[in-house]
Unconditional design. Structure first.
Lengths: 115, 117
């Protein structure tokens, strides 16, 4: 069984400030981890993913995330927020070796960027 | 290459009515999925399919049925709609895989907003 917890359903930052969106997971097998972004009235777009190898992964639009097994975390960061980053962000986990590629999502974090 | 498309984009139903949501993908993907999105709950898997002619239940299957008669299409049916089924529905697809050595990304459609009165 897997689960994902995203701390903070809403996060507000000023333009140019650090973005930190928190994600903790639980999984009975080694996980694949993902961050998706959803802009208003659109579908989900993959930002980045961790499957194997380097624990610091870089994604699109300047985002990155670090897989920390000891902390069961996969927090998303961006050094400097842009107005265009305002969206909802979802962390998700998939179990390695499980047929079907199924994803379990967190509840989402809505990022607001103030000018 | 349209990717994943969903029909319709919006729909309003009365309690007890039925309807079918259509998902189509042109990427020759083996796996297809139906999710529902509700505020604060992220996306939850309703049903999925790992190939033409196969379907399986996800996390929240009650009140829904699905069919995968053609590889490129995945239909989600509501036989008797209830207000609790008011939600945004997303379809996704991916290549086969999910084994230890690889993971294949899910590609999402634009969603269908369904309101049940």
């Amino acid at each position: 069984a897997q689960s994902v917890t995203q701390l903070g359903s809403h996060v507000s930052v000023s333009e140019g400030a650090l973005v930190l969106l928190r994600c903790n997971y639980s999984s009975s097998v080694p996980p694949y981890l993902f961050w998706y972004v959803q802009y208003p009235n659109q579908g989900l777009q993959l930002l980045l993913k961790y499957t194997t190898g380097a624990t610091l992964v870089k994604g699109i639009n300047g985002f990155e995330a670090e897989f920390k097994k000891s902390e069961t975390s996969f927090h998303l960061t961006k050094p400097s927020a842009h107005m265009s980053d305002a969206a909802e962000y979802f962390c998700a986990v998939s179990a390695k070796g499980h047929a079907g590629n199924m994803l379990t999502f967190g509840g989402g974090t809505r990022l607001m960027v103030k000018p | 290459n349209a990717g994943v498309t969903q029909t319709p984009k919006f729909r309003v139903l009365k309690t007890g009515q039925s309807m079918t949501l259509l998902c189509a993908q042109d990427m020759n993907h083996e796996y297809m999925y139906w999710y529902r999105q509700d505020p604060g709950m992220g996306l939850r898997l309703i049903h999925y399919s790992v190939g033409e002619g196969t379907t399986a239940k996800g996390e929240v299957p009650d009140g829904y049925n699905v069919s995968r008669l053609k590889k490129q299409n995945f239909l989600l049916g509501l036989e008797s709609a209830a207000p609790s089924q008011t939600s945004v529905y997303f379809c996704a697809s991916s290549l086969a895989g999910g084994l230890m050595s690889s993971y294949n990304e899910q590609f999402f459609g634009p969603g269908t907003r369904l309101t049940v009165l």
